[in-house]
Write a protein that binds this ligand. Sequence first.
Ligand code: AMP
Length: 518
Amino acid sequence: MASIAEFEQACENGASIQEELLGGILRKTHYLQKFGSPQSLAAYKSQVPIVSYEDVAGVIEKIACGEEDFPELGSGRVLGLYYCGHQSHTKAGIWVGALTTYLIKTYRGPFNKFTTPYEMIISGSNWRELTYCHLLCALIQRDAVEQIDASFAYIICGALKILQSDWQDICNDIRTGSLSSGKVTHPKLQEAFANFLVNKENIAGTADAIAKICSRESWSGILSLLFPGAKLVSAVVTGAMAHFVPELRDYAGGKLPISGKDYYSSEGVLGINTNPASPLEDVVFTILPHIMYYEFLPLGANNPAGEILAPHEVVVGQEYEIVITTFAGLYRYRVGDVVKVSSFFHGVPQLAFSYRKNAVLSVQNEMVDEQELQNVVMEVSKDAGIEVANFTAYGNSTAVPAHYVIFWELKRREGINRELLERCCSSIDRSFNPGYTGKRLDEVIDSLELVIVKEGTFERLMEEAVRNGTSPAQYKTPRCVTSPRMLEVLESGRVQSYKSGEMPRSVFESWEPSFPQG
Ligand code: AMP
């Protein structure tokens, strides 16, 4: 126990001793990561809210129940839904292709944990056939799978849709130990599958268990049923992928945690998620100051060069466009992404991904960006109780008057009638910013059209992009389509369409964002 003299001395220097002690606590804790891991008294006071018991009751309850916060991964296998895209060379022999393709071809090591043989992943086959093989190989080893991983959330949702349509073929192939379903025609995949089956004994029985699971009416929690040892699902869940989070959560069920992956682009690693256990809506990315040189352009800056900020100068809560300088030879390059500074981790900002800047709808000089479009679609469909499997938009500026077309593929049709969809169409039309609604009111922009497309249309959209050289692992549904070919694919899936009603003046006058921006 401290002596009275020590106690008295501590009281005399109370303020500095308190600050020193706080520093010691802050250095030791991981809990404050979600508040940007403050390390100084000033940062602590500005970043960490004062809480009462009610605020921490949930965490205390979890600790009391012995619940693990985040799973430790062991030596199990990974169902890794990865694909090699097309590669080409420039005239000078420089290799051109997607980042994922480069990584897969260059680093074999991480793929040894995958349930799919490496030879299959690099076979250069079509994505549908490879997805079938990914599922087939993983299901044969279902008890060993501890992680389900893909670069983007929609890839996992897309693979499960293929399983929904093809599970009987997959089960038959497992039963017969061959690719007799005819679903896989690529010779390299066939050869790799034959090699994969060597030494795999007694697999036929697995088929019955899988068939029983897949024939369930509800696919909620299906991932844990198919892969009982799975501990984690990981994929990018932010930005355009936020749309797939409810579907992914449903497949994962309540127990299997989902972790949001890092913020990568072909230009470089833009940030990492230092808190993989963070709720998906709160995922933020910490920049990597030793990897590239970052600058931040305030949104709407008139004089980019003058107003650009260094990482330590950005302000929490503000949105910026990322500008990078890399060893690979990009100098003050605008990546095209808008991010919002959520906090600081030691001296560097942590960024929430807001939206991709260039994806905008504009037919009469108004502007609806990707984030607004996504918010509107998510909000309107949620209010109507409709599950939209995927969506995109087209600004038809050649029509007179010009107008927006929104394409929806629905997850299920039951209980959705004409009246409900008509209402959704008008709600979408009325939810955009006043730059749009004002022009609607003036009839410079015509009624909005909501087109329902048949199941599989967005899959064909992806196939089209893949045919044109996009890697399946890199493809993200474009939220605004501009290419005539993409439009043709969407139009070929058209089932029904609806036109929005008249734009009431009150909508224009009383507009305010009804959902958080960012
Ligand atoms: P690419 O260059 O085709 O690989 O695509 C990179 C782009 O994908 C980025 O600039 C972002 O727009 C988007 N992206 C990548 N990772 C994430 C992430 N974790 N969250 C949101 N968007 C992301």
